[in-house]
Design a protein around this ligand. Structure first.
Ligand SMILES: [Zn+2]
Ligand SMILES: [Zn+2]
Length: 126
């Protein structure tokens, strides 16, 4: 038995892929997590390929993850905030691990996050 480093669930050794480079000769995360990671990587690749194709044609690409290039701002990458629905510079969003957010950034802009946090603090004070 071995605990998966990603999902933290204890699983049979057979649930882990072999990896001769680790001490236990098994990968640190289970097959399920490995498959999930592969899926994420694949969708990332498809997304990049599609985007490169459209970029080459000069089309502003907006994808379901809520990101686009703004040709008015030198093709700057912008993301849509899921809370205020505004399109904002990518730097307004906190960077996230791809396993946490498929677009690599938070879905809520920094301002909405702060507002949410302040509301939470207020409600806790009462
Ligand atoms: Zn796992
Ligand atoms: Zn916002």
């Amino acid at each position: 038995m071995k605990v998966c480093s990603k999902c933290k669930i204890e699983k049979e050794d057979s649930e882990f892929r072999k990896n001769k480079y680790t001490k236990s000769k098994l990968q640190s995360y289970c097959k399920e997590c490995d498959n999930r990671q592969r899926r994420i990587n694949r969708s990332e690749q498809t997304y990049r390929r599609k985007k490169a194709l459209l970029d080459a044609r000069g089309v502003t690409f907006s994808d379901p993850l809520g990101s686009r290039r703004n040709p008015d701002k030198g093709n700057q990458l912008e993301l849509q905030c899921s809370t205020c629905k505004r399109w904002l510079e990518v730097s307004t969003f906190v960077r996230r691990d791809l396993s946490y957010s498929s677009r690599g950034h938070d879905y809520t802009c920094a301002r909405c996050k702060t507002e949410k946090l302040n509301k939470l603090k207020e409600s806790q004070r009462i």
